[in-house]
Ligand binder design. Structure first.
Ligand SMILES: [Fe+2]
Length: 219
């Protein structure tokens, strides 16, 4: 994926900071206050999800790549270099989870949700037939993904499509361009919705999804 998207400014510096231990990756700040998504996603959830889970993926990634050639690569380079390599699965999982979570924070915004406008609205009508059909497909993908994973709106073979991935798996390694994601790991919704994933998915579509981000990703 290219880096024209102004939302994704956390790209690691080309020249890693030279210290005794080469720490290349940092936890990007949330693009809004921790309580900004309330009442739909609580500050407590974001404290854990961003402050603990996302932070831990960053920390583990840095530990795993320390001293190796991967420590000189940008995050997407690490993801591509380790994808589908059994011996590198731990590095892939942590690198992809760092990337996926940063993408997730931008996929939501306060007072988001509802019908899109702009180019993404036209593309959804063209490729799904209607917004309702897209929403149905997205809800289905997000609620039927068994266990931990992600639901995505992507561009695949030039058309919009809904996909889901397991655990840390993500669209870049399938040749898809991600536009929006939703985390369906239990840690994303359990404090606010317990086991009721369908409720959380509906709230994401109604109140949180950041269509500006999708439009920016379309460019
Ligand atoms: Fe997560």
């Amino acid at each position: 994926m290219d880096h024209h998207n102004p939302y994704l400014t956390e790209t690691p510096p080309a020249e890693p900071r030279a210290t005794k231990s080469l720490v290349t990756h940092e936890l990007p700040p949330l693009p809004y206050a921790r309580d900004a998504l309330e009442p739909h996603i609580s500050a407590r959830t974001l404290d854990h999800h961003h402050g603990k889970h996302h932070a831990k993926y960053v920390q583990t990634l840095n530990e795993l790549i320390q001293g190796s050639n991967l420590s000189k690569m940008p995050l997407e380079g690490i993801i591509r270099a380790t994808a589908r390599k059994k011996a590198k699965a731990k590095i892939f999982n942590n690198a992809a989870q760092v990337w996926n979570h940063t993408f997730l924070w931008h996929s939501m915004k306060p007072h988001g949700g509802g019908r899109p406008s702009g180019a993404i609205a036209e593309r959804i009508d063209e490729d799904f037939g209607s917004f309702e059909k897209f929403a149905e497909e997205f809800k289905n993908a997000a609620t039927t993904q068994f266990g931990s994973g992600w639901a995505w709106l992507v561009i695949a073979d030039g058309k919009l499509a809904v996909t889901s991935t397991s655990n840390a798996d993500m669209p870049l390694v399938h040749g898809h361009k991600p536009l929006i994601t939703l985390d369906v790991w239990e840690h994303a919704y359990y404090l606010d919705y317990q086991h009721e994933r369908p409720k959380y998915v509906q709230v994401f579509l109604d109140h949180l999804v950041n269509w500006d981000f999708a439009n920016a990703n379309l460019v």
